[in-house]
Design a protein around this ligand. Structure first.
Ligand SMILES: CC(C)c1onc(-c2c(Cl)cccc2Cl)c1COc1ccc2cc(-c3cccc(C(=O)O)c3)sc2c1
Length: 232
């Protein structure tokens, strides 16, 4: 049938895309990835700085999602805490699939592979990066998928799940139409994108174990990461 994106859906898309593009890790922070210390300690510190910067970017992006600031305030916090790791996997995945011009991709991979993360988590993590890369998502799809991840109703401690569901559904509807228009020859593309969200949730468990093993080796996180990940 003829798929058309309504005027208000176009407006929603533009707001989400502008927010996604406006809130990026500052270049001077991202450039630090290219500096030449490569010890496990140095890599961990750099990745901690990147993650902290990314959480700040994520909070700003989330505040621009139409309707988010009208949610119950405690639910806003619960959504941010519950989605931070997944949103950061999505974000770091874009770096890999975007083939950063300044060779960020290689150095980011090298730093992640040597930062005290155990081998068993490397495989699922880099499989995810590969599966996102194969989708060749456009900016709009990346921005919407991040908003949809944040607006997941069944995060721990969310009280008014229906209010979150309504916001997520409007994003899902725009994404569905966008996929049909962007990939007419691939009717299952939208389903493949949603399949990545399922894969993301499995990475949460691995990440919790990564945090535990870092902490057992006395690694320190920043106050913001401690707050969002309930550690220390
Ligand atoms: C505390 C720290 C050790 C940590 O613990 N778990 C993870 C993690 C790891 Cl390993 C993998 C996935 C998710 C998490 Cl959460 C991390 C590091 O998390 C991050 C988070 C975001 C970004 C964005 C980057 C990035 C680079 C260049 C350019 C850009 C850009 O946006 O232009 C972004 S790097 C980066 C590193």
């Amino acid at each position: 049938e003829k798929i058309e994106i309504t005027k208000e859906q176009q407006a929603l898309m533009k707001i989400i895309l502008d927010a996604y593009n406006r809130h990026q890790i500052p270049q001077d922070v991202a450039k630090k990835l290219l500096q030449d210390q490569y010890s496990a300690e140095e890599n961990f510190l750099l990745l901690t700085e990147m993650a902290t910067s990314q959480v700040q970017v994520l909070v700003e992006f989330t505040k621009n999602i139409p309707g988010f600031l009208s949610l119950d305030h405690e639910d806003q916090i619960a959504l941010l805490k519950g989605s931070a790791v997944e949103a950061m996997f999505l974000r770091s995945a874009q770096v890999f699939s975007r083939k950063m011009p300044k060779g960020h991709t290689e150095v980011l991979e090298a730093r992640i592979r040597k930062s005290g993360i155990s081998e068993e988590f490397m495989t699922p993590m880099f499989n995810f990066y590969k599966s996102i890369g194969e989708l060749h998502m456009v900016q709009e799809e990346q921005a919407l998928l991040t908003a949809i991840t944040i607006l997941t109703p069944d995060r721990p401690h969310v009280k008014d799940q229906h209010a979150v569901e309504r916001l997520q559904e409007s994003m899902l509807d725009v994404l569905r139409k966008l996929c049909a228009l962007q990939h007419p020859q691939e009717p299952q593309y939208f389903a493949r994108l949603l399949g990545r969200l399922t894969e993301l949730r499995t990475l949460n468990h691995y990440h919790t174990e990564m945090l535990t093993s870092w902490r057992m080796n006395d690694h320190k996180f920043t106050p913001l990461l401690c707050e969002i990940w309930d550690v220390q």
